[in-house]
Design a protein. Structure first.
Length: 115
């Protein structure tokens, strides 16, 4: 399974987590995700997600002037967005724990077979 397939299920939570840290515009968000190791992320994936999150009232976008060109749309979390992010973190931590336990068992069994 490719990383991009796994990422589709968690990208929304990751985007909310980045926006929770500071008010941010789309291109800066993409760059932040890339800096955090999500190197396969492209704007064509993130921008539609931002529109979706805005329609769901999880984020608010406000256009502001930019010194570097046209106005930029900066995003912040709404209260619903904060709640959604908290739920994502709770579910993610539970899932990671389950997968880690499963993989730990697999690695242990694999180690025993080699001896």
């Amino acid at each position: 399974m490719k990383e991009t397939q796994l990422l589709k299920g968690v990208l929304e939570g990751c985007v909310l987590a980045v926006i929770a840290q500071k008010e941010i515009y789309g291109y800066e968000l993409v760059q932040t995700l890339k800096e955090k190791g999500f190197t396969s992320i492209v704007g064509g994936t993130v921008y539609p997600l931002l529109q979706k999150l805005e329609k769901q009232n999880l984020i608010i976008g406000v256009r502001k002037p930019s010194l570097d060109g046209p106005n930029r749309k900066y995003f912040t979390l709404t209260q619903d967005g904060e709640k959604s992010l908290s739920e994502f973190i709770m579910y993610w931590q539970g899932l990671v724990g389950k997968v880690d336990r499963l993989l730990s068992d697999y690695q242990t069994e694999g180690d025993c077979d080699e001896k």
